[in-house]
Design a protein around this ligand. Structure first.
Ligand code: NAP
Length: 303
């Protein structure tokens, strides 16, 4: 097992496989896979993520149907947009970029995506399939973590896993995927008491709290594999703060404190982030194969 779990490199390898898969299926399918990423409003972080996703589509030959919708769009208008994409035969995957402006009900909108085109696996039917261990599109970030663990031959079965965070986007599906892989999983959240003694028991620690530098050397044991899902840009002025490394992007983990202590870790940037985008592409290509009646050849890339 390598010490640094390199998500960037693995993402590139998987993208190559996806690109070849598209090339070899194009003649029969008579169209490329299509992905619609919906961005609502002007949240700058969402803008950056949507941009990454569009570029990734271009790189591997997925046709992008990205839409940038106005901040004050009504729930009905947005549902109509989703309905149109549900019916568009060239679209295989739909992703609603979160967070949404506060007047829009996330649950209602996620439910209005056709479960068969649900590129981020957040439709209740697909979350139910995850709970039941049935096949279906899986949420991209935890799917990316599973892929990173698998490719680096990190044993999950029988291990004690702690997931920090219980969001529908990351923490909950992450815990379910690890449990399905036969880890014994504990989920921690903001009301968990004595987090350090809990996390010190973990063989595998997945941190998705959304709190910069929450986890340090007192939270981990020496045999632990640490996956940092968090991603933050430190506000200007804090970049040279005390002994913290000079950095703009950081995660939920003080990697500079734990890197010499733990067995392996995923860096930020270059760990989970690139894998999330790649799993979105993988979900889209898998849907495309299904919609076009092609053999499903990339199932092994999906958890
Ligand atoms: P979220 O919806 O804000 O959920 C955060 C979770 O962490 C909540 O369950 C919360 O507990 C828990 N939490 C907060 N503070 C905590 C603390 N001090 N101790 C223990 N648990 C704590 O965030 P999210 O959408 O899951 O995202 C988490 C992080 O991952 C963010 O930094 C986000 O930017 C990042 N992210 C990265 C990628 C990527 O591709 N790398 C993708 C998605 C998200 P409660 O439930 O009790 O509030």
């Amino acid at each position: 097992m390598p010490k640094i779990l390199d998500g960037k490199k693995l993402a590139q390898e998987i993208e190559l496989t996806l690109q070849q898969t598209i090339e070899s299926g194009l003649e029969v399918a008579e169209r490329p896979p299509g992905l619609a990423v919906l961005r609502v409003g002007n949240d700058p972080a969402s803008g950056v993520y949507v941009n990454y996703k569009e570029k990734a589509c271009d790189r591997i030959g997925v046709r992008s149907f990205a839409k940038h919708l106005k901040e004050d769009i009504s729930l009905e208008e947005l549902r109509e947009t989703i309905k149109t994409l549900n019916q568009e035969k060239n679209v295989d995957g739909i992703l609603l970029q979160l967070p949404l402006p506060s007047h829009l009900d996330e649950a209602t909108l996620l439910r209005s995506i056709d479960p068969d085109k649900d590129a981020d696996g957040l439709h209740p039917l697909n979350l139910g399939r995850l709970i039941k261990g049935e096949k279906g599109p899986r949420s991209c970030t935890p799917a990316g973590v599973m892929s990173l663990l698998k490719r680096n031959q990190i044993k999950i079965e029988g291990k004690r896993a702690v997931v920090i965070g219980r969001s529908i986007l990351v923490g909950k599906p992450m815990a379910l995927m690890l449990e399905a892989a036969n880890a014994t999983v504990t989920v921690a959240h903001s009301r968990t008491t004595d987090l350090p003694s809990l996390t010190r028991e973990a063989d595998l620690l997945v941190v998705a709290a959304g709190k910069p530098y929450l986890i340090g050397k007192n939270h981990v044991s020496e045999n632990c594999v640490v996956i940092d899902v968090g991603i933050h840009r430190l506000p200007t002025g804090q970049e040279n703060m005390n002994e913290l490394k000079k950095t703009k992007l950081c995660g939920d983990v003080k990697m500079f404190e734990i890197e010499d202590k733990v067995a392996a870790y995923s860096p930020v940037p270059g760990g989970v982030g690139p894998m999330t985008v790649t799993m979105l592409l993988a979900n889209t290509v898998d849907r495309w194969q299904k919609h076009c009646g092609l053999p499903l050849t990339i199932s092994h890339l999906l958890p």
